[in-house]
Design a protein around this ligand. Structure first.
Ligand code: MRU
Length: 359
């Protein structure tokens, strides 16, 4: 088995591939200057790749971690089943300690745990784990396609869509969430242009969103984060679409730092602000966004720009990687099961319960 079935292929960029006995990742720290694939044979390498953001974006992190569990299971040999399970659990815990905010990571690890619950031998467990990882991989692309179909009806022909960070093919197994909606709108024959925030400090908008949209020939204007308000003020933005790392039961959204200010600006200018995310990004166990853990990353990401020091030695640094956009700023949440509208406490619950729900 080498990856998702042909029917589920996104027909575009796919940053994650199962190569039969190991994992291949398109190294996102090297984009846009170089397209380098890395080969990972060990779950510790997968954990490091997630932590170092060679693979990033909530759904992509979940898919990569699932394959990390497969690699761990392949490497544990010659042990009785109880020891096999105990060692595998250590690997799952290690993968879970990489990035705290994207709930898709924990969702995928839990699916992997559950998939082998009925296994009675290491071989049986290995087979079930591989099947589950491949299914998580395939289902992510299918979910993005469905999300695109549900979401594209919200985007008018001729729209200019502002997005923040990268919620595209690179952040998923393929096609993307927010960028998937934009792709679907174009596939529906609409003329769509994109304004991409560069997304300091790690420049996912400049390095990744601008790169993947250019590859698809989607007209894109890259702006510094500080320019978004001005673009809205002069009528240059029709709507905003972003992804999410975790959505609480009340509809509060954790996403890349800077998303909150985009949402507040959008409200000020009466511009719709949409969030596109799979059901696996919902965390209905948390009543609101204040309970979502926010990853704090290293100071060097802020004090340096493209390897060059831009701040004085010894300055105090804060580097939260995500922020919380309160539900009141979110016009709608687009999922593969339909579009949720306020009040989110009931609409998200209904979608999570499996009810198709579109308004
Ligand atoms: O720190 P990153 O690059 O992993 O953050 C990514 C984002 O914030 C994305 O918007 C989010 O994960 C959704 S990806 C479909």
């Amino acid at each position: 088995m080498t990856g998702p079935s042909p029917a589920a292929r996104s027909t575009g960029i796919e940053p994650i591939a199962w190569a039969g006995n190991h994992l291949r990742l398109l190294d996102q720290t090297r984009l846009p200057l170089a397209e380098i694939w890395i080969d990972l044979h060990d779950h510790r390498e997968v954990a490091a790749a997630i932590r170092d953001m060679r693979v990033r974006g909530a759904p992509a992190i979940g898919v990569a971690a699932a394959y990390g569990v497969v690699l761990a299971a392949q490497q544990i040999s010659g042990r009785p089943f109880p020891e096999f399970r105990a060692e595998l659990e250590q690997a799952i815990l290690l993968l879970g300690r990489t990035r705290p905010t994207a709930v898709n990571l924990f969702w995928a690890l839990e699916r992997m745990r559950t998939s082998m619950a009925a296994a009675r031998t290491p071989d049986e467990a290995r087979a079930r784990l591989l099947a589950e990882a491949l299914s998580i991989h395939t289902q992510d692309i299918e979910a993005n396609r469905r999300m695109g179909r549900h979401g594209q009806v919200l985007i008018p022909d001729g729209a200019t869509v502002l997005t923040h960070c990268n919620a595209g093919a690179l952040a998923t197994a393929g096609y993307g969430t927010a960028l998937g909606v934009i792709r679907a709108a174009r596939e529906a024959g609409k003329h769509i242009a994109v304004v991409a925030d560069e997304t300091r400090p790690l420049l996912q908008g400049a390095r990744l969103t601008a790169w993947e949209l250019a590859r698809d020939g989607i007209p894109t204007t890259l702006i510094a984060d500080t320019m978004a308000g001005s673009f809205m003020q002069r009528g240059a933005v029709t709507c905003c679409i972003v992804g999410a790392d975790r959505i609480a039961a009340n509809g509060d959204v954790a996403n890349k730092i800077g998303t909150y200010q985009v949402a507040v600006l959008a409200k000020e200018h009466s511009i719709p602000f949409y969030v596109a995310a799979p059901i696996s990004t919902l965390d209905l166990s948390l009543s609101d966004g204040s309970l979502i853990p926010i990853e704090e990353r290293s100071a060097g990401e802020v004090t340096r720009f493209a390897g060059v020091q831009t701040a004085p030695e010894g300055v105090s640094i804060a580097n939260p990687a995500f922020d919380i956009t309160p539900a009141r700023y979110v016009t709608a949440i687009i999922t593969e099961r339909g579009v949720a509208r306020p009040p989110y406490t009931s609409s998200l619950q209904a979608l999570a319960a499996g009810m198709e729900h579109q308004r």
